[in-house]
Design a protein around this ligand. Structure first.
Ligand code: SF4
Length: 65
């Protein structure tokens, strides 16, 4: 699984880090998400998929494989 955040689209809502705090953080000065773990383990899949779903900007892409 690979996590990609479109930083052009990201509005810094921080919903992603609520859902998957091990994978996402917020760069407060930039107001953008930071991906802490670009290739999270499968145990985090549910959290990562939830984060992608709740992102108001639809900025998170999860690639399988
Ligand atoms: S939820 Fe979406 S818009 Fe908000 S910080 Fe995360 S990636 Fe950015």
């Amino acid at each position: 699984m690979k996590v990609i955040v479109d930083l052009q689209a990201c509005q810094g809502y921080a919903c992603c880090m609520m859902e998957a705090p091990a994978v996402f953080d917020l760069d407060e000065s930039a107001g953008k998400a930071i991906v802490l773990e670009e290739t999270p383990s499968d145990e985090l899949r549910t959290q990562v998929e939830a984060a992608a779903r709740v992102c108001p900007a639809r900025a998170i892409t999860v690639e399988n494989g």
